[in-house]
Design a protein. Structure first.
Length: 335
């Protein structure tokens, strides 16, 4: 979340400078209003874009899952149809043989039998033939039912995949539009404001250590990416969005995380802010205090700081975690 990218005091100073500049250019015109705070506009648009970015990622995951369902249903349908075809052939043969055998009734068997045992053998063969045919018919009925079920599942999966694809297209369009607005907001930032936000430079090159094991491995992986560009939907290894960085860093430690921030919030166990350890994940929402509104995640490094991929224009770096009150909680992934 962009509001976590810099200290409250920095934003206040930048906003004041912007207001003074605007007032100085009004030549004392009565009733003149200062222009909107470009930093605040940048913050708000960044937060909105991050939420839309997570929506796009979730929609893509949903589409991938629906495509997998469709592939599975298609494979089941092909298998069921093959089984049905084989059983139909078997039933056709048995039906024909049974029809021929029906004419060879008990009296015929008695007349042509050479002995009592021969008669019993012939009658037993007729009974086995009838039983085999009945069993094959039951198997065929089951195969037809399986094929019908697979056909219905395939059609349902295809329809759902199409609906999700349409939803994904819409969400991507929404995200693209918001990114265009955000980039316009970036262009409205002064050089001083961009410097205050950390554009184009890494401000913290310090060394941070976590507890031995996967948490520290993930921490060092994330820190090694300081200076990397922010990219919407970026998974690394050279460009990231916020959850892409944390997922990539923990993958380097052999731990698999979900892709988006709101899902990463469900992993591990909760930890109080005053008990944070390096390697813990810290989360931010839109200010409502609703976990469902989480759209930013970073990794705690110690000393009240976090390493994160912030937003458009800013580099992966270490920053203060306190933000402007949108911190919502933390999770300990390992340990």
């Amino acid at each position: 979340m962009t509001s976590q990218r810099f200290k409250r005091g920095t934003r206040g100073a930048l906003a004041a400078a912007a207001v003074l500049a605007v007032v100085g250019n009004t030549s004392g015109a009565a009733g003149a209003q200062p222009a909107g705070d470009p930093v605040k506009q940048y913050e708000e648009l960044s937060g909105q874009a991050e939420k839309l970015n997570d929506d796009v990622l979730k929609a893509q995951e949903n589409l991938d899952a629906k495509k997998a369902e469709l592939t599975k249903a298609g494979a089941d349908l092909n298998q069921a149809k093959q089984a049905e075809g084989q059983l139909r052939g078997q039933v056709d043969v048995l039906t024909e043989v049974t029809f021929q055998g029906a004419r060879f009734n008990g009296l015929s068997a008695l007349l042509v039998s050479d002995s009592q045992q021969d008669f019993l053998n012939r009658m037993s063969a007729l009974e086995v033939l009838a039983a085999d045919n009945a069993e094959s018919m039951d198997k065929l009925s089951a195969a037809v039912a399986q094929a019908t079920d697979a056909q219905q599942r395939a059609e349902k999966a295809a329809n759902e995949a199409a609906a999700v694809a349409d939803d994904l297209k819409k969400r991507k369009s929404d995200l693209d539009g918001r990114i265009v607005e955000l980039r316009k907001a970036v262009n409205n930032l002064s050089s001083t404001q961009k410097a205050g936000l950390g554009f184009g430079q890494v401000k913290d090159t310090g060394t941070y250590l976590g507890p031995p094991g996967a948490a520290n491995t993930a921490l060092q992986a994330a820190l090694s990416k300081r200076g990397s560009q922010y990219q919407w939907g970026g998974n690394g290894p050279n460009a990231f969005d916020c959850s892409g960085l944390t997922k990539w860093a923990y993958a380097a430690a052999g731990v698999t995380l979900p892709r988006v921030a709101v899902d990463q919030y469900r992993v591990g166990r909760p930890v109080a802010q005053n008990e944070l350890q390096p390697g813990d994940l810290v989360f931010y929402d839109d200010g409502t205090g609703n976990p469902a509104a989480i759209h930013h995640v970073a990794m705690y490094v110690g000393e009240g700081k976090m390493v994160d991929a912030p937003t458009e224009g800013q580099l992966v770096d270490v920053r203060a975690i306190r933000g402007d009150g949108h911190y919502i909680g933390a999770r300990r992934i390992v340990g």
